[in-house]
Design a protein around this ligand. Structure first.
Ligand code: NAD
Ligand code: ZN
Length: 338
């Protein structure tokens, strides 16, 4: 048996004994080392749903995870036992039109950890498709290997934006996603990377991680900053900053909406039209782990610096509350084995 953090309903989380799963054909069984707490875990805990995804049956939380392969299913090389891996938490069907087009993040049959009804990885052991358990170098920490998941969101946002040498990038929101998006923008060659938020602790961290400037939007509106970015990576989900960020974007610039603030949002349409600004959403990521591993392993991106607290599995609820209670908290990490 093993322990798992199971969400039964709104603010009803229990550490439950469950049978250790078995790796099926093409799968590996991973002993979980570290799991980052994501805003979506907190949201399911507090509200029992995100949009159309409703927790209707008990569900294990967690999807930012790393660990060690302890056994393999049929068709997987036994040599992989003992490998340290970062887990890509969404496994598509690999056969549909979107998958075959290489956009597997858009697969309608995607099975994604801790998205109802699929169990997540806040457990001592978890199974995953062998190709979605990505080998990481020994130099990479367990935390960093887990945080390749949010890092992937930053990689994908910059790919969708076409960030390149000389790009001027504005990032609204300095949460974990904004902070990795900023570091990726620099790694992709952007020469101006300005991060906007209302939390001074997070903005200080953005500067430490290489941002060329920050804006405290509760003190200085983006419109007063004099910025004219070629790219906006919206990572706050806040309607005001989304609008103000778009209004700053240069002619023929690109806007990537990563933050999820609500189902509908007013956009400054005439500005988008007059300046031929391209606006796109993003949904997770596809084929980002090789890049994320290289960025983290080479030190181009520092995800360890985002970790502000470690918790054992039986303190999962404290880990979920950390962000609300402490303004200096950025990323809580749970260690299921402890
Ligand atoms: N599109 C995707 O696939 C995808 C994947 C992961 C996360 N997300 C979304 O990305 C967003 C960021 O994720 P996160 O984990 O960093 O969340 P987070 O809540 O930690 O970060 C949001 C940040 O926005 C800041 N903020 C609040 N009001 C603001 C304002 N008016 N202007 C600027 N910043 C403001 C907050 O202080 C916070 O630092 C969330 O909305 C999340 O749901 C999207
Ligand atoms: Zn598919």
């Amino acid at each position: 048996m093993m322990r798992a953090a199971v969400l039964r309903g709104v603010r009803d989380l229990v550490i439950e004994q469950r049978p250790v799963p078995r790796a099926g054909a093409g799968e590996v069984l991973v002993r979980v080392s570290a799991v980052g707490v994501c805003g979506s875990d907190v949201h399911y805990y507090e509200h029992g749903r995100i949009g159309d995804f409703v927790v209707e049956a008990p569900m294990v939380l967690g999807h930012e995870s790393s660990g060690v392969i302890v056994s393999v299913g049929g068709g997987v090389s036994p040599d992989r036992v003992g490998e340290r891996v970062s887990i890509e938490p969404g496994v598509p069907d690999l056969t549909c039109e979107q998958c075959l087009a290489g956009r597997y993040n858009l697969c309608p049959a995607m099975r994604f950890y801790a998205t109802p009804p699929i169990d997540g990885s806040l457990a001592e052991f978890v199974v995953v498709h062998a190709a979605f358990a990505h080998t990481v170098p020994d130099s990479m920490s367990d935390d960093a290997a887990a945080l390749l998941e949010p890092l992937s969101v930053g990689v994908w946002a910059n790919r969708r934006a076409g960030t390149t040498a000389g790009s001027r990038v504005l990032i609204t929101g300095a949460g974990p996603v904004g902070l990795v998006a900023a570091q990726c923008a620099i790694a992709f060659g952007a020469t101006e990377v300005v991060v906007a938020d209302i939390n001074p602790h997070r903005l200080a961290l953005a500067l430490e991680l290489g941002a060329t400037g920050v804006i405290r939007v509760d003190e200085t509106p983006i419109s007063d900053s004099g910025l004219e970015p070629t790219i906006l990576l919206e990572c706050s989900g806040h309607p005001g900053s989304t609008r103000d960020g778009i209004l700053a974007v240069a002619r023929a610039g690109r806007v990537v909406l990563v933050g999820m603030g609500g189902d509908e949002l007013a956009l400054p349409l005439s500005h988008v039209q007059n300046r031929e600004i391209e606006v796109t959403g993003t949904f997770r990521y596809a084929n980002t782990w090789p890049t994320a591993i290289a960025l983290a392993a080479s030190g181009r991106v520092d995800v360890d610096r985002l970790v502000t607290g470690h918790f054992p599995l039986d303190r999962t609820e404290d880990a979920l509350a950390a962000g609300k209670l402490d303004p200096t908290s950025v990323k809580a990490v749970i260690n299921p084995a402890s």
